[in-house]
Design a protein around this ligand. Structure first.
Ligand SMILES: [Zn+2]
Length: 225
């Protein structure tokens, strides 16, 4: 399947977040534990954190919230890949973005997140224990003036969401920069739906990349800052 690799990589990165601080959240003694070995992710030439994320406090709370957001982003990608298939047929690929299609797309993403985070227990006994979700709609880019709104208090999560919205903001700016006297109320109104879905893939991928960078930074610094 053409998209299984990025999703697998995303899941591995999210696993990294989950273990990074819990495995190392202990006082520094004379012998500090060795960081887990993730050969391809820990290559020395790779930078460990996006500069904008370097000041995130390394707390278990941050690790959990980022791992959860990473899970959500991965499930969102799976939904988006399915939606892209649906908007790639000869009869659907020329369809334009509309508010209604955008709403339906967001609902499908939310369904994918809800289904993924609350799986039925394999043996059918007892309630599934779902970790609290990071709601999917805390970041927003106004398609008219390209302004980003982020509604979370955690600076670390806010930065992850900003990186997502930055993808939309750039697309929005690019549209209006080259259509300065063009009277449209939303940059997406002239886009094909399939192109917007791909933009959204890029936005969620930016989140996952940043979460992975933060996780690698935590592992590398053994959460001692
Ligand atoms: Zn988005």
């Amino acid at each position: 399947m053409r998209n299984s690799r990025p999703v697998r990589n995303a899941l591995r990165i999210i696993g990294l977040v989950a273990v990074s601080c819990s495995a190392h959240a202990q006082p520094l003694g004379n012998s500090t534990p060795a960081a887990p070995s993730f050969p391809d992710l820990m290559a020395p030439e790779k930078s460990f954190a996006a500069p904008s994320l370097r000041n995130c406090p390394c707390s278990q709370q941050n690790a959990n919230i980022l791992a959860k957001r990473g899970e959500n982003a991965t499930l969102a990608l799976e939904s988006l890949y399915r939606q892209i298939e649906e908007f790639s047929h000869p009869t659907t690929r020329s369809l334009l973005w509309t508010k209604q299609r955008n709403l339906e797309s967001d609902e499908l993403i939310q369904e994918s997140i809800d289904a993924g985070r609350d799986p039925a227990p394999p043996d059918g006994t007892g309630p599934a224990t779902a970790a609290p979700a990071v709601p999917n709609s805390l970041g927003f880019t106004n398609g008219g003036d390209c302004k980003i709104t982020i509604s979370v208090s955690s600076p670390c999560l806010a930065e992850i969401l900003r990186l997502h919205e930055e993808v939309h903001r750039r697309a929005c700016k690019k549209f209006f920069d080259s259509n300065y006297n063009f009277t449209v109320i939303d940059y997406r109104a002239k886009m094909r739906m399939v192109d917007y879905l791909n933009e959204h893939v890029e936005a969620y991928s930016a989140e996952i990349r940043a979460i992975g960078e933060q996780a690698r930074y935590w592992v590398a610094t053994r959460c001692t800052f």
